[in-house]
Design a protein around this ligand. Sequence first.
Ligand SMILES: NC(=O)c1ccc[n+]([C@@H]2O[C@H](COP(=O)([O-])OP(=O)(O)OC[C@H]3O[C@@H](n4cnc5c(N)ncnc54)[C@H](OP(=O)(O)O)[C@@H]3O)[C@@H](O)[C@H]2O)c1
Length: 522
Amino acid sequence: MTVVAEPTAAPVHRRVERIPDACAMVIFGASGDLTRRKLMPALYQLARERLLPPCFSVVGNSRRGMSDDAFRAEMRTAVERFGGAVETEIWRGFEQRLFYVQGSSDDASTYQRIATRLADLDRDCGAQGNRMFYLAVSPSLMPGIAHNLQAAGLSKSAGWTRIIVEKPFGHDLQSARQLNQALHAVFSEEQVYRIDHYLGKETVQNLLVFRFANGIFDPVWNRRYVDQVQITAAETVGVENRATYYEEAGALRDMVQNHLIQLLTLTAMEPPVAFDSESVRAEKVKVLRSIRPLVGAGVEQIAVRGQYGPGLIDGQRVVGYRQEPGVNPQSSIETFVALKLHLDNWRWAGVPFYLRAGKRLPKHWTEIAVQFKQPPLALFGGTQCGQLAPNLLSIRIQPDEGISLEFAAKTPGPGMDVRPVDMDFHYATSFGMASYSAYERLLLDSMLGDATLFARSEGVELAWAVMAPILERWQHEPPPVFPNYGAGTWGPAEANALLEVGHRWRNPLPTPQPQATPRIPA
Ligand SMILES: NC(=O)c1ccc[n+]([C@@H]2O[C@H](COP(=O)([O-])OP(=O)(O)OC[C@H]3O[C@@H](n4cnc5c(N)ncnc54)[C@H](OP(=O)(O)O)[C@@H]3O)[C@@H](O)[C@H]2O)c1
């Protein structure tokens, strides 16, 4: 059963609600992977959709020497590679607004040149001093950039000034606090936008609409009806070309502290008094405060780590983590984490929230699964109903964004045979229009000054505080014998032992691979 939205008249353009004020965006790290892979394709797409302000400019910075023209050519190649073909007319207009200033982030003269360029842009096209500084650089450079922006008089202007900070936001609680302090020494909290691109995904935003705009789900969204919640972020890829970063981070820092905890807060939060950034983020912080603190040896009862060995992904043989280029052959970094968390609050007391993230798992798949309790009586006990799975609401974040509800239905025929069926909603097909990519949405929101989908300093620190006992324990205890799961499996067997009696991980079947076309005999 598939749910299709009310028809709209062959929509091509998405509905525009607000166009941001004229502004300039300075990207530190403009020659880097993030700028090429995500930021520039998103900005071009916004230009194509006519969602950028009429006077919008980008000033790229990194140490590499490049002219404005060379930067424009490089960005075009990046957009074509990571965003698809460009339309020449639109690109021509867009690239005229791209500029480049070369210089190291620790050199004061870099900021003088950026300031001069921004002043020119203000004068030429009336950006009125509205500026956002995007830190697409290693976290170690961020405090220095904030300080140097202030020293150059760039932390304030005649218009608005915002600073956008990429993940990872710190390496642990202490470093997150230090980074917050360094940013707050220059910028007010309202000026700081901490990006978690998961929050820009359509389904994640829809979670709030789903919960708070539909009368039928709110009454059952609590301990009385919900048996368990599973939040899984499974990747089939290995460490790819990110070994240097990943060897420092691991799955807990890379995925759980930020993305999965954000999904947990949106799933569990109370209704906010208004749909604005302060109210939504205040409710999310309350959820973080309610996570039952973990202590010492208790960590073993709620957290399992794993590292992949060699195995098969989509029928292809792949190496283990320790054999990946750039990885220490004795590495004890985890590529898999499973957690069991409890929220000590009125709504969720007694309901386990299972979180799981891993690399080289059998399917690329991110989902929030809310499993409801079984009905009180097995009225159809003599039938297959006794073995039926309970109702399950699956909120798919990627790759196929959407929502499905599993329930029992009678199969046609004279007998009383009962089977599970789905009501299915797919973003890709239901509205006849494309979704914004996460970066498009978040860049647009930061230009509009809407911080609802960005993390607040308190929220980031609380999320690190939840992780701190696990990180500490893992740092001091020797890891289990790694590797402890094969590539292409659902992680170490110990992850099953985390679950309460009667609970099982939802492990969907791998996506079927296209079969080779059989040869037709001549
Ligand atoms: N790549 C992704 O998909 C992704 C996703 C999420 C988050 N992030 C985060 O985004 C940040 C950037 O990641 P990335 O993958 O783009 O890294 P990257 O490819 O290594 O790029 C780093 C950028 O920083 C510049 N840079 C380094 N040192 C500098 C200095 N002293 N002064 C001025 N510029 C300097 C580099 O250019 P020069 O060497 O020419 O100076 C380059 O442009 C990191 O915090 C990362 O964790 C990345």
